[in-house]
Design a protein around this ligand. Structure first.
Ligand code: DC
Length: 231
């Protein structure tokens, strides 16, 4: 009998490798990967482009009024073998990963009406199963009935180093200290905000990957899925 097409929810701190694990897992299982952080980042980019956010201050009324103008889609790019994020038909994959978006995204993702819109969209994208979705509230709010919930974490210093290497490889000029501050600040905002704070679901399995490589993490998760007859 074929295994049920499950919903796999991966939550956890920023820059702890959730998306790498989620992508590997989706590929292994033949599932669709959905990066919900990219969706909050796209709303942030839209707000920056439209002058709705400037110098860190957000015009919430305008954002609310113009929320309907924001259309986010994902497309698999076979040549580069990667998922790309599109904002109103334009590929924003690189633009949403820069430091400026990173510095503003926590404030945007703390707004209730933004979360409500994106959660609805995420539920539509995933309700058929066969998905790996990563974010902060997937196991607690978006899919509380997910067949497997993972909560990922690693030390702030290790996460900052990974982020530094990633941005450096793309040629962005960055300094380690501001990356570490950004990681810590996002942790604080994400876990203390009023709307859907980052908390571990009661039935989530914790994966601390400070000392695990990609292959070890994948194997660890596949073992759990096998135990649960999901792989
Ligand atoms: O995973 P990421 O770093 O790309 O996420 C960007 C920001 O979006 C992060 O500060 C937390 C927020 N986020 C959220 O609040 N809820 C989600 N489901 C995903 C991301």
């Amino acid at each position: 009998m074929q295994n049920k097409k499950a919903i796999i929810a991966i939550d956890g701190h920023s820059s702890c490798g959730k998306s790498t694990v989620a992508k590997d897992l989706a590929k292994e299982l033949g599932y669709v990967y959905i990066d919900t952080g990219a969706m909050y980042r796209s709303v942030t980019l839209f707000a920056m482009q439209q002058g709705i956010i400037s110098d860190g201050s957000i015009n919430e009324n305008e954002l609310k009024a113009r929320l309907g103008e924001i259309h986010i889609t994902f497309k698999y790019e076979p040549e580069e073998k990667k998922n790309e994020t599109f904002l109103n038909g334009v590929c924003v994959e690189d633009a949403i990963r820069g430091l400026e978006v990173s510095n503003n995204v926590s404030a945007i993702s703390a707004i209730g009406f933004v979360r409500q819109k994106l959660v609805e969209l995420q539920q539509e994208m995933g309700n058929e199963g066969g998905i790996v979705m990563d974010g902060r509230d997937i196991g607690t709010v978006v899919f509380p009935g997910a067949e497997l919930k993972l909560f990922m974490t690693a030390s702030p210093e290790i996460r900052a180093q990974r982020r530094y290497d990633e941005l450096n490889a793309k040629g962005e000029e960055v300094d380690m200290e501001s990356i570490l501050q950004n990681v810590k600040q996002r942790d604080h905002i994400d876990s203390t905000r009023k709307e859907s704070p980052l908390i571990q679901a009661e039935d989530a399995v914790v994966l601390d990957n400070s000392n695990l490589n990609k292959a070890e993490q994948l194997e660890w998760i596949l073992n759990i899925l096998k135990e649960r007859n999901l792989a």
